[in-house]
Design a protein around this ligand. Structure first.
Ligand SMILES: [Zn+2]
Length: 319
């Protein structure tokens, strides 16, 4: 999908060059581009980190979403348009993870600037296997929910494939940088191998049968599969779907029946967290934290996100 010929790519650069001064005048901002660098725009901050790891100092990366934003409901503001128009490449997850972002990106993308949907590319190449929401029938109050779960990056083996998609996309828009991207990509894969070992070692502290996850939204199917755990229940399949009183009662029963040790809130969610806290308080169980779609000051990279999650799972489920 990124096989833009050189001529078309050149046209995209020209288009960005021509449009930029008008937009700068209109917005009154300062240019984000640094001379000679490939300008990459991502949806989530965690994807911006992955692009930085692979792109190094040949790329200038920014995310449309600020740290702490929920991709399912967040809509980038008008100030994002200039970054999209000027981008050499735009990289998102796809699979309807970030509908608000894609709605702004698609009409503002300069002609022939690639829009790379990483999970879709990796799945189309047969490198990652996509899951359906509620595959195990675990969704309290949402028995008929269907659709593909977009949160594939939360398993470390899948993150390797995201890195590969990023590498290939960067080489396509910046062939001169191929050697740099190759070496950064190899180094990042080595870091992800170390991360994989760390996660497996850390969660091995969780006894058989206690690897049960209850969370605010349905983001942890891939990580559960990767760890051999089970997602028992979620407050909402996707944020913003307010559960009814009977949904909450069903959820509480499911959590109680499963005998879970702890439930997991996510830093970027509000209303769903209140439901989860109420339930945990009623059942007298612990509320812990897992990161999924957002970064913050405590967790600033993908590797930190996964290490945090592994530590928290061990701390909360191994007792
Ligand atoms: Zn999510």
């Amino acid at each position: 999908m990124n096989a833009a010929p050189a001529v078309a790519r050149a046209a995209a650069f020209v288009a960005a060059f021509v449009l930029a001064p008008a937009l700068l005048a209109a917005c009154g901002g300062n240019a984000g581009d640094k001379a000679g660098m490939i300008s990459v725009v991502t949806s989530l901050p965690v994807f911006a980190d992955m692009v930085e790891q692979v792109g190094g100092d040949r790329v200038e990366v920014s995310s449309l979403f600020p740290a702490g934003a929920d991709p399912h409901t967040f809509e980038p503001g008008p100030a994002s348009v200039r970054r999209i128009v000027e981008a050499d490449i735009v990289i998102v997850n796809g699979l309807d993870l970030e509908p608000g972002a894609v709605k702004v990106i698609e009409p503002n993308l300069a002609s022939n600037t690639p829009l790379v949907k990483m999970a879709e590319v990796a799945a189309n190449e047969g490198r990652i296997e996509l899951r359906k929401f509620g595959e195990e029938g675990h969704i309290a109050g949402e028995p008929g929910e269907e659709g593909t779960d977009p949160h594939a990056w939360l398993s470390v083996p899948n993150a390797r494939e995201y890195a590969r998609v990023i590498h290939d996309a960067l080489v396509q828009v910046d062939a001169k940088g191929a050697a740099t991207y190759d070496s950064h990509y190899d180094a990042y894969l080595a870091s992800l191998d170390d991360l994989d070992s760390y996660v497996k070692e850390t969660v091995s502290a969780v006894p058989q049968g206690q690897g049960k996850i209850v969370s605010t939204h349905d983001a942890f199917g891939y990580i559960a599969e990767y760890l051999g755990f089970q997602v028992v229940a979620v407050v909402a399949v996707s944020p913003g779907q307010e559960p009814s009183a009977s949904d909450i009662a069903n959820l509480q029963n499911a959590v109680d029946d499963a005998g879970v040790r702890a439930v997991f809130q996510e830093p970027q969610l509000g209303a769903e967290t209140d439901v989860l806290r109420g339930l945990a308080s009623d059942l007298g169980i612990q509320v812990c934290t897992l990161y999924s779609d957002s970064l913050d000051k405590r967790v600033t990279t993908y590797i930190e996100l996964i290490r945090f999650n592994a530590d928290e799972i061990a701390r909360c489920l191994a007792e």
